[in-house]
Each structure stands twice: as C-alpha cells, then as structure tokens.
Ligand binder design. Sequence first.
Ligand code: SIN
Length: 307
Amino acid sequence: MRLHPTGKFDNHAASYWHIEARPLAAAMGAEICGVDAAQVTDEQFQELRQALFRHKMIYLRQQKLTHGEHEAFSLRFGPFAEDAYTQGLPGHRNVHPLIKQADDRSRMVFGEGWHTDSPFLPQPPSITILYSIEIPPFGGDTTWANSALAYAMLSDTYRRMIEGLKVHFSMRDVLKSVHDAVEVGDSPIGRLAATRDAERLSDDLLRKIRGNTHPMVRTHPVTGEKALYVDPSYGIGIEDMLPEESAPILRFLTEHLTQPAFTCRLRWEPNMLTLWDNRLCVHQAYNDYQGYRRELYRTTVSGETPA
Ligand code: SIN
C-alpha cells in the first residue's frame, strides 16, 4: 500500500512558551529552537518532552555538549537503558560512540535496516539521544517512520485483526548479517562481527537471540497514543502462529509502516542533538559515505515492559 497525505497527517507545531518547534516533514519530526541542552530549564524540558511525544523525533542544532552534559541531559528523561550493542566510553559508560572510520569498507553500518532500538530486550529503551561531532560531506543521513501514524492509517478491520497479537523480536537475523558483512574492528558492530569466530556465543548474545515477545500494538505510557510495534530487522515471528502465517502479516505491516509518506529524513550537521521515541517510530541509518568518517555519541533511556 502506498498512501498519500490525508487529514490524518497532523505534524503542526503546538504553541509553546519556552521553546519553538519547527516541523520537519508532513508525517513527523521537528527542529526545536531556543534551547541550550547543556542548560535546559525545567520549563523548557517539559515542553521539549511534549514536543518529542508529538513529533516522535526532534533535533536541536548548534549544541556544544561534553559527554557529561550529554549524560545529564539524558538523565532528565529517566535512568539509562541497557545498551544491547555498544560499550560506553571510559569514564562515561552510558555514552556510546557510534564511529565509522573513513577506511572502514564494511558492507553494513550500525543502525542499517529499519528498526526500533533493541526490541528483543524485555524492557527496550524508550528514548534514544544521539549527538553528532563529525558528519560526512554527503550521506550518513538518518530516516525515521511514524509508527503511530502508520497504525492510525490502517483500516478498522485490520486494526481489529491484529489486536492482541504479540511479535517475537530477536537479534538473530541482524547478528547473521553482521557476521556476513562487517569487518572485525574497534567499532560497535566491528566487535560484534568478531563473535563469528567465537567457539560458542556468550550467554548474553544467546539471551538476545532468544529475544522476547511484545504487543504488536503498543500504547504510549504517557500520552496513551497507540502505535505499531513491528520492524523488519528484529521482528521474526508472531506468537502462536506458523512462520507461513506470520511472515505475510509482518511483511505487510513493515512495508506499510516504512512507506515514504510516513517518514522524515535528517541531514546531519556537526553538533546536532537528536532525540527519538522508540515507542512511536522506527529508524534506519545508511552506509553511503564510504571514504568519510562519521562520529556520533548515543545515550538511551530505560523503558517499560511494552503494553
Ligand atoms: C541507530 O541508533 O540506529 C543509528 C542511527 C544513525 O547512526 O544514524
């Protein structure tokens, strides 16, 4: 299905007292102006959080953050989440470097393929906060798709059909792609690639491959908004269904969710701070800047058991 904008698209900015929101695309995303993330006031923070839930992804330009300030900003949203892939920096173990070197010729990049962050965990991270330092002269964009809008744009009959279904999320297929396509090296997926030569997978990786089941339709714990919770990277089946039965449903839903009309795309600049709510959107990175370095730092905020 390929839809065109209709009356259900509503990404206009709310009016705020302490921040300004400038919508990015028809479906989602907004730039937030008038905020220094290193010195955000309580009033600004409350509005920024509302804007995040409204636009699903927000970004701030020209932010100068130390790793400590990045951590402090992140902690305003809640405790740090378990990061399923990366190791934090020395002295800042909750700040995770996402660095791809100019000479890395891997056929895959961290975050490639549409996904929501770590849904194979029992309590996946709620919010991801990514800060850019070095950005290639072209490429290295990130795209998001609005899972609440995608849910709203399903027919009533389809919505009734999927109510109560649970998706089985696993790291299995992503790990296989990493093993097939990534050079072993000092990067998050470079280290994961090294596990292909391990005698046997660690208990931690086996736990992530076993994964977890979560409701296909999630209700946002703060706003009550309903959203599809599916992705083509980690969603490998539907509870109590045969693979032949679940595969067409998952394929339809992920194609529906990631159609261009429901997306926004960010052209990064250095010193941008971008936040997204994993309960309300999926995202993907691109491996399209070979020969150039890209350096970002990520924190994630702990989430609840999806319901
Ligand atoms: C991710 O968190 O999936 C990575 C996003 C990016 O590097 O653009």
